[in-house]
Ligand binder design. Structure first.
Ligand SMILES: C[S@@+](CC[C@H](N)C(=O)[O-])C[C@H]1O[C@@H](n2cnc3c(N)ncnc32)[C@H](O)[C@@H]1O
Ligand SMILES: [Mg+2]
Length: 470
């Protein structure tokens, strides 16, 4: 199975290599709605209900700024005397942790040092996952509806994938970690990211994504993580004993059975690039590190034990010039399910505790447009346009109406209609009436102006004619 002479594999590898850092070129531009209005409205209904479900356990809120004294070479951020002003590195930490203020703790982590990796290794690993899943979706034409991240840590991957979840066709992201502090930090960073990047995220069309996090031990399988489309576990296995790492991977491939499983671990041989002694581990918390042969042998073992998976030869992530012979700092496995088999894990096996949920609201402009049109038509049917209500401030008298009254006629859950901006709705109405209606915002109240020359019947006719041409 691990034969790199296989032409299909070689082609896949070539495509993957090509896509690694070139960004996503074929993203939906946001205007095409792959689902109909009803599907959106139902998805928002379900989202609202899911967000109302009580959590199994409420985490103590961790201080994001004081996070991560847990690994080797990471100084205690409370001891401020070693803080030095950051330079361009701040930018990378902004990417990784979502904060990068000037007095932020300087984390002395080999992998984070700018001169080794540009972009940082973590970002490269996330890009690798993004591209691998993108290729999986393109080649198989299967949506990654449910995506699970095991050993999610501070949810850097979750943040990194938000802007492509629409392209993946994702509706659920499930994350699990054993460490409540990492989870609490991850939740805070994810929420901050979703708020700050809202405009970018909503530039892509897709159903809303429920992102749920769980406290749990990945050595115990949980039915909610079974039969998902993709499982990703980056830099986790080395934090448990080799025996447990093998048990975890066996559980994924033999019990949870995702369509695609991606996992990574450090390439031990690469530590020499960081000036480390042979045998020294990259972090204190590592229980083992594998050289390239050991990792590739493990994948060989797995492909024999799990013949229903096609396991690609190891991928390498993070190169440093002049050290090309060491392949890369992280080694990753990509395992793709070949047969249509399902889990036999009983439904009642749910040891993980839900500890957080948040919605990633993707764009839905066409759906919003259609809902605004329906609301505008319904409102028009009912509105009274008396000559007494005309405003005479200009050459052409006009009626002025508050847009919020029109938007009250939208037939959709509030969680969806609240995503429609008033000014954007006015722009839609202008367009659908062939600019017979104008924006009229006075004293911060957004409204529309309908000139006296327009009749209700004429406006309705124009809107309906334009709708037919859509
Ligand atoms: C190096 S961090 C990687 C975090 C994340 N995957 C990333 O790429 O940023 C390893 C994570 O594995 C988690 N972990 C270790 N053992 C675990 C276990 N048995 N169950 C769940 N999570 C575990 C740790 O708490 C930690 O957050
Ligand atoms: Mg590690």
């Amino acid at each position: 199975m691990l034969n790199s002479n296989n032409p299909i594999l070689a082609k896949q590898l070539k495509i993957q290599k090509y896509h690694i850092l070139d960004g996503m070129t074929n993203l939906d531009d946001g205007w095409g709605a792959p689902y109909d209005n009803q599907t959106y409205v139902e998805a928002y209904d379900q989202l609202e209900m899911a967000l109302m479900e009580p959590l199994d356990h409420v985490l103590e809120k961790s201080n994001v700024e004081e996070f991560r004294p847990k690994f080797k070479n990471q100084k205690d951020p409370k001891k401020r005397n070693w803080i030095k002003k950051t330079n361009g590195d701040t930018e990378w930490k902004e990417l990784i942790y979502g904060f990068g203020t000037s007095d932020e703790s300087e984390i002395e982590d080999h992998e984070l040092k700018k001169h080794y990796f540009q972009p940082p290794l973590q970002v490269q690993r996330n890009s690798f996952v993004k591209n691998t899943l993108m290729n999986f979706k393109k080649e198989s034409n299967i949506d990654i509806q449910r995506l699970a991240i095991m050993g999610c840590g501070e949810m850097s991957l979750e943040r990194g994938l938000c802007d492509v979840l629409g392209t993946f066709g994702t509706i659920n992201v499930l994350s699990v970690d054993i460490d409540p502090v990492s989870l609490s930090v991850g939740q805070q960073l994810l929420e901050k990211h979703l708020n700050q990047q809202g405009d970018i995220i909503s530039s892509e069309t897709g159903l809303p994504v429920l992102m749920r996090s769980y406290l749990g031990d990945i050595l115990e399988p949980d039915h909610r993580f079974a039969d998902v489309d993709a499982i990703v576990s980056l830099e986790v296995v080395e934090h448990i004993s080799l025996e447990d790492a093998k048990k975890f991977v066996n559980n994924v491939l033999g019990t949870l059975i995702p369509r695609i499983f991606i996992f990574s671990t450090p390439n031990h041989e690469y530590n020499t690039v960081f000036g480390m002694k042979p045998g020294e581990f990259r972090h204190d918390d590592h229980k083992f590190e594998m050289n390239r042969k050991e990792f590739s042998d493990w994948l060989e073992e797995l492909s024999i034990r799990f013949p229903h998976y096609l396991i690609e030869p190891p991928h390498f992530i993070g190169m440093t010039p002049k050290y090309e012979d060491l392949s890369g700092a992280s080694q990753a496995a990509v395992c793709r399910l070949q047969d249509n088999i399902n889990t036999s894990l009983p439904q009642e096996i749910t040891p993980y505790k839900s500890v957080g949920h948040v919605a990633c609201r993707l764009g839905s402009r066409l759906v919003a447009y259609n809902l605004v049109r329906q609301a505008f038509l319904e409102w028009l049917e009912n509105v009274e346009m008396h000559p007494a209500g005309l405003k005479n401030e200009t050459f052409m008298p006009y009626w002025s109406f508050n847009i919020s009254h029109i938007l009250h006629h939208i037939h959709a859950p509030i969680s969806f209609s609240s995503t429609i901006d008033e000014k954007v709705a006015i722009k839609y109405i202008q367009g659908m009436t062939s600019y017979k209606v104008h924006p009229d915002s006075v004293n911060g109240v957004n409204g529309i102006a309908i000139p006296q020359s327009q009749t209700k019947a004429n406006l309705i006719e124009t809107v309906e004619r334009n709708a037919k041409m859509q």
